[in-house]
Design a protein around this ligand. Structure first.
Ligand code: FAD
Length: 452
């Protein structure tokens, strides 16, 4: 039985979901062995490549309590069925790596980027290192009103000298230093009661040095009464929006705002209809927005077009309407509509021994703390099943079998100690500039540094 040999478990993906699931398994089963397979050369998923460089306080999901195998793309280098044959249980924690397309004409024009790619670029995601966004325009439009939209707006408007001591890439910092962007519009289909960002991120925007918010008081008419009935976090958020839109700033704040050279604004009740090209058709020159009104109330209210449109001129469009998971392997069920692996509390439906956690389990919303809770729950379900004898019995070869397969395919995984070498190199490159690290961007260079 699995009691004789320590259970061999593998986790796919080394973001917060992968690490927290592994942590739970190791903590609550003293003999369990966990291997984490990761397609990047480096661990930590969106903690490294998503979370904004000026939010370092959440970059702590570090753990070295299990074997890390980077440079292994599951679904390409090794099939999920092969992992299932080698391990007693497999947990899929591979996140949500695609972006939700706008699906409007003009989306492919130069000057239109997904927020996902833009975030990847300033955070040093190897596949986005060539992005080179042109920031020579005066106005940028961000489509979407979630935390990622505010992250991107903040990075565009923060005085570059405030980013110099973060781990933002030197290349991105260089482009931001040359930026001529003065105005950022953050556009949403619905109203102030439906925004998806949280109060911390909004407060940071309102207090951003050198900038001034523009909110239209007309968007807030009648909200004073409605907010009494909404749940507390939403109430506090809406009150802050309402105050910012309608109250006259105090003397000090008014003086600060008078000196501001950059502005940002929330544009409500506007749904993108098409991206408008420049006269020569070579780049973006604006966005045509359909004016909307709400049908229904509260969080579930829908935006319906009124028939009116409005053109918003700009030289940069960042679409931030959500992330999306991909199916990993034909043998794994996938719900294309919800963009998740169908599961019951982390147990993949109809596939014993297969589990999921994080964004691929719940969909691409929620902070690291939410991801942690749901990953612990998946870990708990797996250990329950193990105890109840529901996982395959008999010994499993674990990593030995997979190493052999990978080696026969010319794939050479990197280990956690390899990462520690890259980490030390990054930290040492950042030192001169007073940065916590200067990220390595080129996988070839990383492999060279590891003597490959
Ligand atoms: P991920 O972090 O995406 O990890 C998935 C991992 O799987 C990645 O390492 C990926 O390379 C790997 N992978 C993918 N496919 C394969 C494959 N085929 N084989 C092997 N490995 C694979 N939360 C906060 O609490 N604070 C913040 O400030 C914050 N900022 C954010 C900013 C942005 C732009 C985004 C997008 C999210 C932010 N979040 C923040 C949310 C947080 O990042 C997520 O809750 C969390 O990262 C989700 O964890 P995950 O492990 O499911 O996914």
């Amino acid at each position: 039985s699995t009691q004789e040999q320590p259970p061999q478990i593998c986790v796919v993906g080394s973001g917060p979901a992968g690490f927290y699931t592994a942590q739970h398994l190791l903590k609550h089963h003293p003999r369990a062995h966990v291997d984490i397979y990761e397609k990047q050369l480096v661990p930590f998923g969106l903690v490294r490549f998503g979370v904004a460089p000026d939010h370092p306080e959440v970059k702590t999901a570090r753990s070295d309590r299990c074997a890390f195998r980077g440079n292994v793309a599951v679904g390409r280098d090794v099939a999920v069925s092969e992992l299932r044959a080698a391990y007693h249980a497999v947990v899929l924690s591979y996140g949500a790596e695609d972006h939700q397309a706008l699906e409007i004409p003009g989306e492919e024009l130069p000057g239109v980027f997904s927020a996902r790619a833009f975030v990847g670029w300033y955070n040093g995601l190897p596949e986005n290192r060539e992005l080179a966004p042109d920031l020579s325009c005066d106005t940028a439009v961000i489509l979407g009103q979630g935390n990622v939209a505010l992250d991107v707006a903040r990075i565009l408007l923060t005085p570059p000298e405030h980013l110099e001591k973060t781990d933002i890439t030197e290349a991105a910092l260089g482009v931001l230093r040359q930026s001529r962007v003065k105005t950022v519009w953050i556009v949403g289909r619905r109203g102030p009661l439906q925004v998806a960002f949280t109060i911390k991120e909004l407060r940071e925007m309102i207090q951003l040095p050198g900038t001034r918010p523009i909110l239209d008081p007309a968007d807030f008419l009648g909200l004073q009464d409605t907010i009494k009935e909404v749940p507390r976090p939403r109430k506090r958020l809406t009150e802050l929006l309402l105050r910012t839109a309608t109250e006259k700033p105090g003397v000090e704040e008014a003086a600060r705002q008078a000196l501001a050279s950059r502005t940002w604004g929330l544009r409500f009740f506007r749904s993108p209809q098409r991206v408008l090209p420049s006269p020569d058709g070579r780049r973006v020159a604006g966005v045509r927005l359909a004016v909307t009104r709400l049908e229904g109330v509260g969080e579930a209210a829908r935006a319906a077009p009124t028939g009116d449109t409005e053109d918003l001129p700009c030289g940069l469009v960042l679409s931030s309407v959500g992330y999306k998971s991909r199916p990993i392997d034909p043998s794994v069920p996938f719900d294309p509509k919800l963009g998740v692996i169908p599961n019951m509390e982390g147990r993949v439906i109809d596939v014993p021994g297969l589990y999921c956690s994080g964004w691929v389990k719940r969909g691409p919303t929620g902070v690291i703390a939410t991801t942690m809770t749901d990953s612990f729950l998946t870990g708990q379900m797996l250990l329950q099943d193990l105890k109840a004898g529901l996982l395959p019995s008999g010994p499993r070869p674990g990593s030995a079998a997979i190493e052999a397969l990978l080696s026969s395919r010319g794939v050479r995984p990197v280990s956690f100690s390899d990462w520690e070498k890259l980490d030390a190199e990054e930290v040492s490159r950042g030192k001169g500039a007073g940065k916590p690290r200067e990220k390595l961007l080129d996988p070839q260079e990383m492999l060279r540094l590891l003597g490959r």
